[in-house]
Design a protein around this ligand. Structure first.
Ligand SMILES: [Zn+2]
Length: 152
């Protein structure tokens, strides 16, 4: 079986970090001043203002703590209806209901992400969370995207 294509290769990688090898890593940045952020950018450090080469890529472990979550029942940002004869989308659209969460990564930054395979009745701030890749492809091509789920 071939390796699936990751949907947003600029943001994460299937490979984990040395600290958390079993879960995907996120592509963040670290400034010379020590500030760690996500996603990677070189426009300027939010803390010290350094730019360019002072901001270097760093792999962030896909493990963190849930700060808050919300169940979305009505999603306003629906994809427009496909035109007749148009190529079908390669990935599944988000369909409500779904759950989003803010997760403070062990490596520092807080990310907002879709949560999967969780029980909304028991999910609470403080829950340990881990990154996982889920299949989102609709066609023959295997495509995966990043989600977070409760750590076991
Ligand atoms: Zn800085």
């Amino acid at each position: 079986m071939s390796t699936p294509e990751v949907l947003k290769a600029a943001l994460y990688a299937a490979e984990g970090t040395a600290a958390v090898p079993d879960h995907p890593s996120l592509k963040g940045g670290r400034c010379q001043c020590g500030y760690v952020f996500f996603p990677l950018q070189t426009y300027g450090c939010e803390v010290c203002g350094r730019t360019g080469d002072a901001l270097q890529p760093v792999a962030l472990s896909g493990r963190g703590t849930l700060i808050a979550s919300a169940r979305v029942h009505i999603h306003a940002n629906r994809a427009p209806a496909a035109k007749p004869g148009a190529k079908p989308p390669e990935v599944k659209p988000h369909e409500a209901p779904f759950t989003i969460g803010s997760i403070k990564l062990e490596d520092g930054p807080t990310v907002r992400t879709l949560l999967v395979d969780i029980d909304d009745r028991t999910l609470a701030p403080g829950q340990k969370m881990v990154a996982k890749l889920v299949s989102v492809g609709t066609g023959d091509k295997a495509i995966v995207d990043l989600r977070f789920t409760a750590a076991t």
